[in-house]
Every structure is written in structure tokens, then in C-alpha cells.
Design a protein around this ligand. Sequence first.
Ligand SMILES: [Zn+2]
Ligand SMILES: [Zn+2]
Length: 287
Amino acid sequence: MPVWICATCGNHYPDTDAPPASCMICSDERQWVPPAGQRWATLAELAAAGHRSDIREVEPGLLGAGVDPPVGIGQRALVVTTPEGNLLWDPPGFLDEHAIGEVRQAGGLRAVSASHPHFYGAMAEWAHAFGADILVPEADASWVTRPDPAVRTWSGTLAVLPGVTLIQCGGHFPGSAVVHWATGAGGAGVLLTGDTIFVTPGEDRITFVWSAPNRLPLPEASVRGVVGAVRPYQFDRIYGGWWEPVIRRDARRVLEDSAGRYIQFLRGEAPGAPPPVAPPLPPVPPE
Ligand SMILES: [Zn+2]
Ligand SMILES: [Zn+2]
């Protein structure tokens, strides 16, 4: 039997005789079920429909593994490479031999992880291909749609590889996380955020969502939790869940300014409010 793939979110389910009645990810208030009802696919069906892996170098040391045309929510994976091994992050629901070959050439995988359950995708397939661990926040372990012996849970922060740290931020999901990659952006530091921190189209702002498709905002305490979780880390660039948009530089200032403005809106102190004369959030501690 094939692994069942939810056509809407791209998450994988075990190879049972028949697909589940529903997708627990899409049935949740943060996602959506098509008006015509739940649809399922398999890797073979997606390949037959013309989907192919799309592998690109995003910046030196960072490989992207997307799908063309996209499947599910359309995220592309990122592979952070280090001399000690590699981490794959936010895999979409489809992969093929080409993708596996390119990642093997880049040094294979030590671990696979994701920003949150919407982007767990083909985590198990990738882990099986390389004997890698699947790293899932304890807080979101019940959202794993395809349980696997390679799953390891973690909480708070986890040093996965030298200079590569998982940071649990909460917000969109209790276990919503980001990757801090210390040597990215030429040594200025990079965050890989999925939609834990949501990059907006002009590449000059970020936002926060409890549900993106259903347009539900994140409460102030959660926004402060996300910003506070990444504040101890040095970074200048933010990659979200898709090829674009990207906060290419000055990402710490963009994050702090955007969070302050977002909280003004939540409190009913915007629009039209003059920009705050003092930062609405506590200052960044010295590095
Ligand atoms: Zn789904
Ligand atoms: Zn999401």
C-alpha cells in the first residue's frame, strides 16, 4: 500500500489499505478542508501528474528543495549544511530520486525537522532515505500524522549541529519553532522561520498568524513569546516557508519594528497612530 498524502496540506499518513476519513491537520481551525471534501494523493500519482523536485542553492551552505509545480501549502525545504552533517527543514509532501540524489551529494542528512505540523510533509521519507533523526517538539508530538521510530522529541532549544540550533517559539502552534544558523548570511546569522515568523511580500516586514488561511491573528502574549525566544541570537536574514519573500538584511530591526506595530493594532492603538517614540518591546540585550 502507498503512503497517503493529504492533497491540501501535503502531510503523509501511514500506508493503510484505505486512506483515513479525514486529515487531522486540515480539520483543525488553523487549516481548511476543500468545499468538495477531503482529497488524497500518493507519491506515484503526484509524479504522474508532473510534479518534480526543484533543487536550488539559496545561499552558500544552504540548499533549497521545493516542488514544481508546488504541492499542498507549497513550502520548500531548506537543507543547512555543515562539516558535521546536515539538517533538512520544512519538507513539502513530495520528493523524488533527483531530490534525494542532490541531498546525498550535499552530504546527506543527520536530522529532519520542521517549523510546525503544517510543514511535516515527507519528514519520514527523508529520514528513511538517510537514516536521519526526526526532531519534533514535545508540545506538538500529537500532530505527527505518520508515526515513526526515528522521531525524537525536544523542548526549549536544541543544538542539532555546530552553529545550528532549533528554538521553540510557540505562537502558531505550541511547538512552532525556528532554526538559528549562526554562519549563514556571510556570518551575520540567519533564521529559518517557516510561518512561525511570517515574511510579507515587500520583504520589509514580518507578521504573525495563528491561522494564515483563515486570517486569524496571534495574541500579544504569543507575539512577545516569539520575539523573546529569538532575541538572544544574532541574525540579519530571515527565510520564511517559501522561496520568496525573504528578509534579506537588517532582520532583527524588521522583526522588532513589525512586532511593535502588530501589537499596536491588536490593542486598537492603530491605524494612524504615530510611530512609537520608544520601542514598544524591551531593548535587545547586548550580544
Ligand atoms: Zn491535510
Ligand atoms: Zn502553518
